[in-house]
Design a protein around this ligand. Structure first.
Ligand code: NOJ
Length: 745
């Protein structure tokens, strides 16, 4: 436990009695706003990066003049305090800066990438990880993280799928809520909490072809039912800020989208924090072909409702002129500044602007934080396959540990780890040696890095395998191959990893594959080579101990896929909540391409929605994940055959542990609305619960389902609950489960 002793000078505001009420805050905002000059107001609406802006001394000048509201990427508690001192003591009104940074899955203690966190389906742990990230970041003077990223992502080619919670609106909403609560805590003015930023508003995950920054075409039906709900949840959880996206949606750049930002986010959702652009996304409206020049871009950005401009300078350079010309409203400027000040007040920055420079010593990467990082890494790993129960291995088994990700302290951290340090990392090799004894671990990477095409290390791999009973191959992709601007056209393993796996499998010893990757990747052509597969995403600082615990059975896997695994990129987009179509695919109507008779007549094969080569099922469905034990689902029960609008019913099933060890299962509740005024998905996740069972034990899992959970948004954004027939499943994943029916009257 960390005991914090704050010097009086810093005035600890964590105590509830010092928290300002909303009324107080609003009064202070109003009074400050009334004292501000136009230049000072425009200053509050600008955010710059010191590196790009020409260093700290240059920054001090504009801060002193009251011409800057925020800085991103200012590193070091001392540097932050120094610049903050200039803002407080040397600027006319002493308005503090808000210091932003991308703290995406941990600050110095690195947790699994967000896609991995989502695979845990463990809201408490995700919240805890964000709270830890907030403490560590706050100790370095950071007040604001650009997270959570809650873009529903259905395309594994898109490198930023790594940062999201995957394909499902409900799971993204869970992560949105957990992270906002974790970063912000109960009291934003506590010096160890920071402001969250829900991003990227909106639709960024729908980039055509999975190519980052690309155009999106999103129907209003999808916008309201798939892409917006996580943002609504983030606002409900109290997210202090929202960031707009780089993409255009149906012809309008997200950063110039007045309807989405002003009408939906601010008015309909009642969001009272501030909206920041993404990096130069206001200026980029020129490249989009939406703005004529920087001045026009600024006009469109403000009209759309962006309160703070990140990196580009259209507000700084042109807002005055635009006001003079009557092209933008003073009301918009005042509203933007009020929103920014409101968050600064809520953060307690006016009363407590400085960071205690000694805090970091006890906080960064401390033992408690590492424990949570290990636990979350363990829970994020998904067991995809375990033929003949090869896993878990017995302690003392002779293991050939191979593969280019087995001992890569940097690569295991994943994307967006500006402040992570590979020296903190514990690798699989280190953890195997420690747990299994180094005389039982025969290590030979085979490849120096994931893209390595040279097979010169293979001879050593053969020698390692010759001395072992089991091969553990840690493969995947380096950190730099996922994340922003790291899209891929192909999903197969890069470099000579396919050949390495073939070599390993050819020796007649069971192969356990561990995959560290930022996306669902590479398994269709290689999975048959392994008896067991642990899909580990990029697990972070504690990858090694987490995976050693899983491989040797100290911990039983619980992870479930937050995203569908396609057989290949040609199947993308593929997601569980697809529509039925007029010609739904089914196994009896599909003939594999190799079995089609030569010169078969056009209509001799089933004309249903599939592809001749891959069929219509994915490699692994959403929600899928095995355990070292097995679970049986039985006796689905429904408390009523019908319910009226405003009522709820109970759906239950019995889950039994039919294996030999204790294990936990994430039980999922799905529904289908059979007939709608707009067609509805074949299944939608509505809820889930984790149940822990000893061998032979059964438990009844009960879900309460209310009529609101059965409604959906019409294209105009109206939420409608339509009477009709429904199916409901209690299921281990999106492709299986027990089904019942009911009617909504
Ligand atoms: C661009 C990214 O899209 C965004 O997610 C990030 O927060 C900003 N850059 C700031 O680094």
């Amino acid at each position: 436990m960390v005991v914090l002793v704050l010097p009086v000078f810093f005035g600890c505001t964590g105590n509830a009695s010092t928290v300002k009420s909303d009324d107080d805050v609003e009064k202070r905002v109003e009074s400050l706003l009334s004292e501000m000059t136009l230049d000072e107001k425009i200053g509050q609406m600008s955010q710059v990066d010191p590196g790009v802006f020409g260093g700290l001394e240059n920054l001090k000048k504009v801060v002193r003049n009251g011409q800057l509201g925020s800085v991103l990427n200012l590193i070091g508690a001392k540097e932050v305090n120094e610049l903050q001192r200039v803002a407080i003591e040397e600027s006319r009104l002493g308005i503090p800066l808000i210091i932003g940074r991308d703290v995406i899955h941990g600050y110095r203690t690195i947790f699994p990438i967000p896609l991995g966190m989502a695979a845990s389906w463990n809201e408490d742990l995700v919240r805890e990880s964000a709270a830890i990230a907030a403490k560590e970041a706050a100790s370095m003077g950071i007040n604001w993280t650009f997270a959570p990223m809650i873009d529903v992502s259905r395309d594994p080619r898109w490198g930023r799928i790594a940062e999201s919670a995957g394909e499902d609106p409900l799971l993204n909403s869970m992560v949105a809520r957990a992270m906002v609560q974790g970063y912000q805590g109960d009291d934003l003015s506590d010096p160890l909490t920071i402001a969250a930023c829900a991003k990227h508003f909106v639709g960024y995950g729908a980039a055509e072809g999975g190519r980052d920054y690309n155009t999106t075409v999103i129907s209003d039906l999808q916008l309201h039912n798939v892409y917006l709900p996580p943002f609504k949840e983030a606002v409900k959880a109290g997210a202090a800020t929202v960031m707009t996206a780089f993409n255009e949606i149906n012809g309008i750049p997200a950063s110039g989208h007045k309807h989405n930002i002003r009408d939906i986010l601010k008015n309909e959702y009642g969001f009272d924090g501030f909206v920041v652009s993404d990096w130069a996304s206001i200026q980029e409206m020129i490249s989009h072909g939406f703005a004529r020049d920087l001045k026009h871009a600024g006009e469109l950005g403000l009209a759309a409702g962006i309160d703070m401009e990140m990196a580009s300078r259209s507000y700084n350079d042109y807002l005055k002129e635009l006001l003079d010309e009557g092209k933008v409203d003073m009301e918009w400027v005042d509203d933007a500044v009020a929103r920014i000040l409101r968050i600064k007040f809520r953060l307690g920055l006016f009363d407590n602007p400085y960071v205690d420079e000694s805090l970091a010593d006890s906080l960064l990467v401390n033992v408690e934080h590492l424990k949570v990082a290990r636990k979350l890494a363990e829970e994020s790993v998904v067991l995809l396959k375990n033929e003949n129960q090869v896993l878990p291995l017995k302690k003392g088994t002779k293991v050939a540990l191979i593969g280019p990700m087995a001992n890569q302290p940097y690569e295991q951290l994943g994307t967006w780890i500006f402040d992570g340090d590979e020296n903190d990392s514990q690798t699989v090799l280190e953890a195997f040696n420690a747990f299994n004894g180094d005389n039982n671990v025969f290590f030979a990477e085979g490849l120096e890095y994931s893209r390595d095409k040279s097979t010169k290390g293979f001879a050593e791999v053969e020698r390692a395998i010759a001395q072992s009973e089991v091969v553990v191959a840690v493969v995947g992709e380096e950190a730099i191959l996922s994340g922003e601007a790291k899209s891929l056209a192909e999903l197969d393993f890069v470099g000579a990893q396919g050949e390495l796996l073939k070599l390993a499998a050819s020796k007649g010893k069971p192969v356990v594959m561990i995959v560290m990757s930022g996306r669902p990747a590479g398994l269709f052509k290689t999975q048959h080579l392994a008896k067991s597969i642990l899909y580990a995403w990029h697990p972070g600082t504690m990858a090694g101990p987490a995976l050693a615990n899983l491989v040797f059975g100290e911990t039983v896997p619980v992870g479930k896929l937050p995203v569908t695994f396609p057989k290949g990129e040609g199947q993308v987009p593929i997601y569980y909540a697809h529509k039925m179509t007029g010609r739904p695919a089914d196994a009896s109507t599909w003939t594999h391409i190799d079995e089609i008779p030569v010169q078969a007549v056009q209509h001799s094969l089933g004309n249903t929605s599939h592809t001749l080569d891959y069929g219509f099922t994915p490699l692994y469905p959403f929600g899928y994940g095995l355990s070292y034990t097995s679970f049986e689902y039985s006796d689905i029960n429904i408390s009523a055959k019908s319910l009226s609008i405003g009522e709820s019913l109970k759906v239950s099933a019995t889950i039994t542990n039919t294996g030999d060890v204790e294990g936990a299962e994430t039980v999922q509740l799905y529904t289908r609305d059979l007939v709608g005024s707009y067609t509805r998905p074949v299944r939608e996740l509505k809820d889930y619960q984790r149940v822990t069972l000893s061998p032979g034990e059964s438990k009844e899992v009960v879900f309460e389902l209310n009529s609101d959970q059965l409604g959906f948004y019409f294209p105009d954004g109206e939420f409608v609950v339509e009477p009709g027939d429904f199916h409901v499943w209690i299921a281990p994943n999106a492709a299986e489960g027990l089904r019942a029916e009911f009617e909504l009257q």
